[in-house]
Design a protein around this ligand. Structure first.
Ligand SMILES: *[C@@H]1O[C@H](CO)[C@@H](O)[C@H](O)[C@H]1NC(C)=O
Length: 295
C-alpha cells in the first residue's frame, strides 16, 4: 500500500456519522487531528427531515446546557460522540457541522427508503474509498440507530400492538429498516477491507447501545421507562415529544437530570448517551474492533 503524504504526514482516518471523521497521525497509533465528514443521518432524524429545522431550535437553550453551558449548534445537551473521541486523543473539539439531515428520505415511505438503501450504502462506500485514495489509514464508519425507538417516530406513527417490541416498546418496522441498513453496510465494509488490507476500517455500532439503553437502563444510569425525550413537551403517548413544542421551542422544558435519559430531544441523544457510545467504540464493546489499539 502506498502511503499518501500530506505535508510529510501519513494519514489516518476515522469515519463517523454516516460519513466520517478522520484522524491524521504523525506516528503509528498517535493522532493529531480528527475530521468529521458526517451529516446527522445517524442522529435518527433520517426519516423526519421536514418539519425539524435542527439549526433553529438547537441554537437556543437548553441545547448545550450540560457541558458547554450555552448552545453550540450541537443537537444535544452537550458533547457528541466525536467530541468524546477527540478528547480521548487530547485533540481540540471540532465546530459542529451545520449539515442538515440527509434529504434522501424526505416525504418517502419505508418501501421507497428500502429501494434507496443500496444507493445510500454505495454512497458511504464510495466516500470511504475517496478518503482511502486521499491516504486515510484509520476510519470509523458508523451504522444507524434503531429509529423505531425514537420518540419522534413513536409519536408520529401509531401501529397495531404487534408492531411494537414487547420489551422495548419500539416500532419494529423502523428498527428492521435500520437493522437491514446496518447489515448491508457491514457487508460493504467487509469488501472494502478485502480490497484495502493496509487500511483499518472500524464499524461504529449505534444500534446495539440504544437497544441496551432501553432494555438495561440501570447499566447506564438511565431511568427504566418507555422511550422518552428529556427535553420536550407532552404529546401523543408517554414519549414527551410534541411536534409543535419541540426542545428549544416555547412550551418545551428539559428534565431535571439529562443523565437519566438517553434521548435528549426525541430525535438526538443526550451527552450521557453519546459518552457511553464513544466509550464502547473506543474500547470495542460497541464496535467490531476497538478504536484504541493496545500497543
Ligand atoms: C402539543 O402541544 C400543543 C401546543 O402546546 C398543544 O396544544 C397540544 O395539546 C399538545 N398535544 C398533546 C397531545 O398534548
Amino acid at each position: 500500500m502506498a502511503r499518501a503524504r500530506r505535508g510529510g504526514v501519513g494519514w489516518r482516518a476515522v469515519l463517523a456519522a454516516a460519513l466520517w471523521l478522520l484522524l491524521v497521525a504523525a506516528e503509528a497509533g498517535k493522532y493529531n487531528a480528527v475530521f468529521n465528514f458526517g451529516d446527522s443521518l445517524v442522529d435518527a432524524g433520517n426519516l423526519v427531515t421536514e418539519g425539524i429545522p435542527d439549526y433553529l431550535a438547537t441554537a437556543r437553550p437548553p441545547y448545550g446546557q450540560s457541558y458547554f453551558r450555552h448552545p453550540t449548534g450541537r443537537c444535544s445537551d452537550g458533547r457528541l460522540v466525536i467530541d468524546f473521541i477527540a478528547q480521548e486523543f487530547g485533540l481540540p473539539l471540532l465546530p459542529p457541522s451545520k449539515a442538515k439531515n440527509a434529504p434522501l428520505f424526505a416525504g418517502k415511505d419505508l418501501r421507497e427508503a428500502y429501494n434507496l438503501m443500496p444507493h445510500v450504502v454505495q454512497g458511504i462506500s464510495d466516500g470511504v474509498e475517496q478518503l482511502i485514495a486521499e491516504g486515510a489509514k484509520d476510519l470509523i464508519v458508523p451504522g444507524v440507530m434503531p429509529s423505531g425507538c425514537f420518540p419522534v417516530y413513536l409519536s408520529m406513527y401509531v401501529d397495531a400492538k404487534e408492531g411494537y417490541g414487547q420489551r422495548s416498546g419500539c416500532l419494529k418496522r423502523f428498527n428492521t429498516f435500520s437493522w437491514v441498513h446496518n447489515a448491508m453496510l457491514k457487508g460493504a465494509l467487509e469488501k472494502l477491507r478485502a480490497k484495502h488490507p493496509g487500511v483499518r476500517i472500524v464499524y461504529g455500532d449505534y444500534f446495539t447501545p440504544v437497544i441496551q439503553f432501553l432494555l438495561q437502563p440501570e447499566k447506564f444510569g438511565f431511568h427504566k421507562q418507555p422511550p422518552r425525550a428529556c427535553c420536550g413537551a407532552a404529546g401523543k403517548g408517554p414519549y414527551n415529544f410534541n411536534l409543535t413544542a419541540k426542545c428549544g421551542e416555547p412550551g418545551a422544558t428539559a428534565c431535571a437530570d439529562p443523565k437519566t435519559h438517553w434521548s435528549w430531544d426525541g430525535i438526538h441523544l443526550t451527552e450521557a448517551a453519546y459518552g457511553h457510545i464513544a466509550k464502547g467504540w473506543l474500547h470495542g464493546e460497541f464496535a467490531d474492533q476497538p478504536i484504541i489499539q493496545s500497543s
